[in-house]
Design a protein around this ligand. Structure first.
Ligand code: FES
Length: 91
């Protein structure tokens, strides 16, 4: 059995397997996840630039601030989901 067997994180409650050194965005893409939730300007979040410039790939961890999935290495046990749209006027 390879060293990478069993390495996964959760995306919206779904286990997503990843390879060593793979970013969250790359693992999600390989798993067929193309919509990452809300992005700036009311756009659909997605993996676009891959270099941290567009902010299109922001994802939310269970605790903490959203981060760029394209710049963040996947780690076992991460619990992630889409960034929820801001609520309320002026949010
Ligand atoms: S894909 Fe552009 S910041 Fe991640």
């Amino acid at each position: 059995m390879s060293e990478s067997a069993g390495k996964s994180f959760l995306w919206n409650g779904r286990a997503v397997r990843f390879q060593p050194g793979e970013t969250v965005a790359a693992a999600l893409r390989r798993a067929g996840v193309t919509a990452f939730g809300s992005a700036a300007g009311g756009q659909q979040g997605r993996y676009f630039c891959g270099i941290g410039a567009c902010q299109g790939c922001l994802v939310s961890p269970a605790e903490g601030m959203p981060f760029e999935a394209c710049l963040t290495l996947a780690r076992p046990g991460m619990v992630l989901g889409p960034v929820l749209p801001a609520e309320g006027p002026g949010a």
